[in-house]
Structures are given as structure tokens and as C-alpha cells.
Design a protein around this ligand. Structure first.
Ligand code: NIG
Ligand code: FE
Length: 442
């Protein structure tokens, strides 16, 4: 079998990491590993083998010699590889990783945007019958296949912005039947040949307290009804679920309720990846670090102790610039977290409140509104986002032995991916998943 793909002639191949790091923190998050051409070298090349794994990254010349094509050999690169991308004048980067999304739902909340522009807060909208509970009603009523079709369109839209691995949460069911329906919808996309984007699934049955129930009743339902039933489906091989999420927030689930549900998730073999410290400082980050959380999201209101606790156990902070932007929240203390050694990741937080599928835009917002540098934002949208999902041994950097998930942009320096905000559709030339070209604008 031929190797799947040759990308050649690149002005830059941005590896992100080159020593098999599984996450970066502190000073290391200010560095990006890049192969770049100088006057002595033509360009750089990358090979993805027949199994979809990166097998070589080197100069064009070295790759040409190794695979015996070109230069009077009478053999064309196209004879040797299934597919060849000419990346002259372009940069090659790892596929982007979106560490936090709520992509399965029905109903439209564009009206809430108008309310928020007129001064309503997230909790005002919630109390006026909007917010998560409105989406829950619509999602409970929706047919499974309709949910699937809209979910699929959203995934393809994410891929068209360069995302090749995405975390997908349930959480608009809040009862066993609908949470299971959402998890099945997410699972179906893993096996759909039209959806090459890779998925990490998070069960978020404690996204809100369902109408007609107290928080304690909802906790009992999650621990005694939903988790055991979902776990049984996982054990039977009918479902894949990677992580558990809860919304630890004043007026939703308190720290102790959240702790109990997260611990129950761990007992069922799930990683902890939850919402905390978004609107009020509750010490949810300290609790998450104590439980060894893989990741904690939002953290706008995290305390100094919370930062220290997360840095110590290397829980990944998943920061969400779209939410802070759209809700005009105080931004999370990203600089303090990075300086303290917390590994920082980014996500779109795609949901009916923050309708954004673009990681390049998220990186741009992180730089401007969270004061992150471009290398910090790229690390956060690749290797650290993969780390937040426990997948950084295969995803998040371009290194030999990792998955051939990459993007090619039509600019000679990678920073254009962040700098040209809102321009991703003009700049992105290829998206490659497992060595297969999935988006191409030749
Ligand atoms: O991450 N904070 C809780 N969950 C979502 C919002 C979900 C919604 O409003 O539907 C978030 O921003
Ligand atoms: Fe969220």
C-alpha cells in the first residue's frame, strides 16, 4: 500500500511540540517548535503513512531521496503517495482541538442575544425561562435523527475552521431518556464516514437542575439512575463516554453536590472535565484539583488557591473566550494561571448562548481579551486541548508516530491563522484527518 499523503514545499511546518510532551505549562507554553525554511533549504515535507500516522517530517530534499521520486528519476511524487499537497508559500499546522462544546440541541436562542445586548445577564435570561432550560425543553421534544442532522452540520462547520478533534457534551436532557438520546447522537458521528473529525464524549447530565426538581433530587438521579444506566451501555460496547461534567455554580450545583457526582463518574471509569468558577467563586477549582480532574472549564472567578491547586496536579484549565466576550464577564486570570504553571487550553464553548464554531477566532479572542501570546494560544488550541481530553499522545502536535491530523494555511507564517480574525475561510487551504484530505480549496 502507498503512504497516504505527502505535503511538500512548506514554508513552515509547525510541530507545536517536538519531544512528545503530553502538555505544556509555564515557560514551555511560550515556545512553539517550527521547521522553517531559510535560503539554503527548499521547503519542508511531511509524510502520513497508510495507517494515517505521521511517519516522516524533513526537508523536501531529504524526503525526495528517501522515497526516490523527482529529479530525473522518472518517478513522480504522485506515483509514490496516494495524495500530494503542494504547500509552497504555506504553513502546515496540527489540526486544531476544540476542548469544550455543547453541540447537540434543538431550538433557537437568537432572541436571547438581543436581551443580553439590552443588558440582561446570563442568570436574568435563565430566570425569564430562557437559557439551558429552554434548550432542554426543545431537545427533549426533538427527534433523534433531527438532532443528528443538525449536529452533523455543526461538526462539518467546525472542521471547515480547522478543528480535527472536538469534545462534545450531552446536557440538554437532564433525564435518562434524553441524555441517552444525546449520547447516542454523539456516538453515531464516530461511525459516520462523512464525519472524519474525531470526537471525545462528555456526559453532562448535571448541566442544570431540571424543572420540578431540587438540586439534591437531581444529584440522586444522576448518581443512582443516569450514571449506572449509561455505564451499562458503555460496558456492553454500545456507547463510548470519556468524561463526566457538572455545572458547579451558585444556584445550580454546589461544590459538595458536584464533588459527589464527579466522584461517582470516576467510579464508573470516566475522566473529570467540568464547569466551575464561571459566575461566582465557589472553590470548585480546589475541589476539582483534589479529585485529580483532567480539566476544569471557565474559571473566570478562580481564586489564587484554586490556581495553585490546579498547577500542582496539572489539571488543564479550559478557557472559553467566546462566553466571557458574549456575556461581558470579567476575563479569567489567564496570565496568572500560565505564570503559576497551570496548563491552559481553549475551546469554542459552542452552545446556543455562544454560537461559535471557529477555533482560530477563539485564539484571536484569547490573545486580545485574555492577554495570551500567539504561541500560548496555539499551544492551548492544540497540545493542551488534546491533554484536557486525555488524548495528547495521539493528537495536538505534528510528530512522527502521531495521527496525521493537520491544516495547511495560505500564508508563509503561522501567526496569520490568529492575526487574520474572521478570515479563516479565506486562509485555510486544506484540512487533513488521519492523512485524508477532508477540506480542500486548491
Ligand atoms: O458553558 N455554563 C454552562 N453551560 C454553557 C452554557 C449553556 C447554555 O447556555 O445553553 C456554557 O457556557
Ligand atoms: Fe460549557
Amino acid at each position: 500500500m502507498k503512504p497516504r499523503l505527502l505535503v511538500r514545499g512548506a514554508a513552515q511546518i509547525v510541530q507545536v511540540c517536538d519531544a512528545k510532551q503530553t502538555m505544556v505549562a509555564g515557560d514551555a507554553s511560550k515556545e512553539i517548535a517550527v521547521f522553517e525554511t531559510d535560503d539554503c533549504v527548499g521547503g519542508y515535507a511531511l509524510v502520513v503513512n497508510e495507517n494515517g500516522i505521521i511517519s516522516d517530517i524533513d526537508t523536501d530534499v531529504a524526503i525526495r531521496h528517501k522515497y526516490n521520486y523527482g529529479e530525473g528519476s522518472g518517478i513522480q511524487a504522485e506515483d509514490v503517495f496516494d495524495e500530494v499537497i503542494d504547500a509552497r508559500g504555506c504553513c502546515v499546522l496540527p489540526g486544531l482541538v476544540d476542548a469544550h462544546t455543547h453541540p447537540v440541541w434543538a431550538g433557537d436562542r437568537v432572541n436571547e442575544f438581543a436581551m443580553k445586548l439590552a443588558g440582561a445577564t446570563y442568570m436574568d435570561v435563565h430566570k425569564a425561562g430562557g437559557g439551558i432550560n429552554f434548550t432542554v425543553t426543545c431537545t427533549r421534544e426533538a427527534k433523534e435523527d433531527d438532532l443528528y442532522q443538525s449536529f452533523k452540520a455543526r461538526l462539518l462547520r467546525m472542521m471547515a475552521s480547522g478543528t480535527t478533534l472536538v469534545e462534545c457534551k450531552s446536557g440538554y436532557g437532564l433525564d435518562l431518556e434524553t441524555e441517552m438520546k444525546m449520547l447516542r447522537v454523539i456516538d453515531r458521528a464516530r461511525y459516520d464516514p462523512d464525519i472524519p473529525i474525531q470526537i471525545s464524549t462528555t456526559y453532562c447530565g448535571a448541566h442544570s437542575v431540571p424543572r420540578g426538581r431540587t438540586a439534591d433530587e437531581a444529584v440522586t438521579d444522576v448518581i443512582e439512575v443516569q450514571l449506572p444506566a449509561i455505564s451499562k451501555e458503555v460496558q456492553r460496547g454500545r456507547l463510548t463516554v470519556d468524561s463526566i461534567d457538572v455545572f458547579c455554580e451558585k444556584g445550580v450545583f454546589n461544590v459538595e453536590q458536584s464533588r459527589r457526582m464527579l466522584q461517582a463518574g470516576v467510579d464508573h471509569g470516566l475522566m473529570i472535565n467540568f464547569h466551575a468558577e464561571e459566575l461566582n467563586p465557589l472553590k470548585g477549582a480546589e475541589m476539582g484539583a483534589e479529585l485529580g480532574a483532567q480539566a476544569i472549564s471557565h474559571l473566570e472567578e478562580i481564586s489564587e488557591e484554586g490556581i495553585r491547586a490546579m498547577a500542582l496536579v496539572k489539571s488543564v484549565a479550559v478557557l472559553l473566550p467566546t462566553t466571557a466576550y458574549i456575556l461581558r464577564l470579567r476575563p479569567p486570570p489567564a496570565r496568572k494561571m500560565i505564570d503559576a504553571g497551570v496548563p491552559v487550553a481553549l475551546g469554542t464553548d459552542f452552545n446556543p448562548n455562544a454560537f461559535c464554531t471557529s477555533m482560530p477566532l477563539v485564539m484571536h479572542l484569547a490573545c486580545v481579551t485574555f492577554h495570551m501570546s500567539m504561541p500560548e494560544a496555539l499551544n492551548a488550541a492544540t497540545i493542551n486541548a488534546a491533554a484536557s481530553l486525555g488524548k495528547s499522545s495521539q493528537h495536538g502536535s505534528l510528530e512522527v508516530g502521531k495521527r496525521g491530523d493537520l491544516i495547511v494555511i495560505g500564508a508563509a507564517r503561522w501567526e496569520h491563522l490568529i492575526y487574520q480574525f474572521g478570515g479563516i475561510s479565506d486562509i485555510l487551504k486544506y484540512v487533513v484527518c488521519g492523512g485524508k484530505v477532508c477540506v480542500s480549496k486548491r
